[in-house]
Design a binder for this molecule. Structure first.
Ligand SMILES: C[S@@+](CC[C@H](N)C(=O)[O-])C[C@H]1O[C@@H](n2cnc3c(N)ncnc32)[C@H](O)[C@@H]1O
Length: 388
């Protein structure tokens, strides 16, 4: 039988259990926070139901492994055991939970605000280490808030649990030393309430992304002048804050439009689609330039796929076809439709990336104040204008 000790042992053996969190991670049983009915992610981006009563071994194996567990689909409209690919809440991957807690350099005595209570598991870890009075957590979904409250209470854990929009922070318990967001923020839309509610020298850790989709983790420090500044640390893909969701299910619609537009003019490109959409550094930079554009990839096999770019407001789309032959030739057929020539925009962004020496995504950072939100490259004194 799996147990919290199984999970602790696995993470520890892989060097993924930070010393500062080892005691709390060992003490708080993840199973107390995962509902009996939940879903595992499948490789094709869908979900499959897990049932604690019917198949306890499979449920436990999932809960005590280093994987996220989906706990809500379509804001609760899809009810277990139905499935969909649209997870709206989950118990995050344990190693990522620990990585985020560790990255935030939380010190004993810190006052922490968590955005996105979800199951309450993260809040329990925080409260176990820091004490109930130091921890506030905000969840937008009333049902999830109630479930998290009940799970926390069953362990005698009593942080402040608020049902509301975490984008407002939670002023009554401010100021905080740390803010930990466990829902993603869209480029240009970091809530300024977070910056205002953190003490000077305090830190904010947030998943951040453009509509293009490459999610990263950013850690910012709040300065005396009221700005928050800090670098991209690495990758992290989270569901967006509820008010900042990108339109879901549009890839299928635009894919059909592109399939039907047999008369769309065909041109060609010598820019490798792989570097625009798949290479994590290239795709991140392209995403900064095309912050309101979405993309998807339909694979026949790893060497044969179609890249689709689409922009919902203008109805613009573009496709690039990749085959082994096109790759060998270094030339790919392109179709573009609509007021925005999306592939031409992506090419320009890619050229800019090359001209900058192909910067890694971790070469960038964010600056956020009440007046502006901008991206910098290599150093906060080097803002890149015209992005996000
Ligand atoms: C990945 S889950 C959080 C996992 C959670 N920290 C845990 O330990 O289980 C993201 C959560 O953010 C919540 N959320 C989304 N938008 C929000 C908002 N504006 N304010 C507060 N919570 C929000 C979602 O409902 C979801 O429960």
């Amino acid at each position: 039988m799996s147990s919290q000790a199984t999970l602790t042992g696995e993470l520890s053996a892989n060097g993924l259990l930070p010393q500062a969190w080892a005691t709390s991670f060992t003490a708080i049983d993840r199973a107390e926070f995962v509902p009996a009915h939940c879903w595992a992610n499948t490789l094709d981006g869908a979900t499959e139901p897990l049932d604690r009563e019917e198949d306890p071994a499979r449920w436990e194996a999932a809960v005590y492994s280093d994987q996220p567990i989906v706990t809500q689909l379509d804001d609760g409209a899809t009810t277990w055991p139905e499935t969909s690919g649209n997870a709206t809440s989950s118990a995050s991957q344990p190693s990522l939970v620990l990585e985020m807690l560790d990255s935030l350099d939380i010190q004993d005595g810190d006052r922490v605000l968590e955005i996105g209570t979800g199951t309450g598991y993260n809040a329990a870890l925080l409260a176990h280490r820091l004490g109930d009075s130091q921890v506030t957590t905000v969840e937008v979904d009333p049902d999830l808030t109630e479930q998290a409250r009940a799970a926390l209470l069953s362990l005698e854990c009593r942080p402040t649990v608020i049902c509301g929009d975490g984008g407002d922070g939670y002023l009554p318990n401010a100021p905080y030393d740390r803010i930990l967001a466990t829902a993603s923020v869209l480029a240009g839309h970091v809530p300024t309430a977070w910056v205002e509610q953190v003490d000077v020298g305090g830190q904010i850790l947030l998943p951040w992304k453009t509509m293009w989709g490459s999610g990263v983790l950013v850690r910012m420090v709040v300065k005396e002048d009221g700005t928050a500044v800090g670098p991209v640390l690495g990758d992290a893909f989270f569901m967006n804050l509820r008010s900042q969701r990108t339109p879901f299910g549009q890839a299928g619609k635009f894919g059909r439009l592109a399939d039907e537009a047999t008369d769309a003019p065909v041109s060609s490109t010598i820019v490798a689609p792989h570097e625009v959409a798949i290479d994590p550094d290239g795709a991140f930079t392209v995403g900064l330039h095309l912050a309101d554009v979405q993309h998807s990839i339909a694979y026949e096999d790893p060497e044969h796929y179609e890249l689709l770019l689409y922009q919902v407001n203008t109805g613009s789309w573009a496709t690039v076809e990749v085959t082994a032959e096109h790759t060998a030739e270094g030339k790919f057929p392109v179709r573009q439709h609509g007021p925005r020539e999306l592939w031409s925009e992506a090419e320009a962004a890619h050229n800019w990336w090359i001209a900058q020496g192909r910067p890694a995504r971790t070469s960038y950072g964010l600056l956020v104040s009440g007046q502006q939100q901008s991206v910098w490259l290599n150093h906060p004194d080097n803002p890149v204008t015209g992005l996000i």
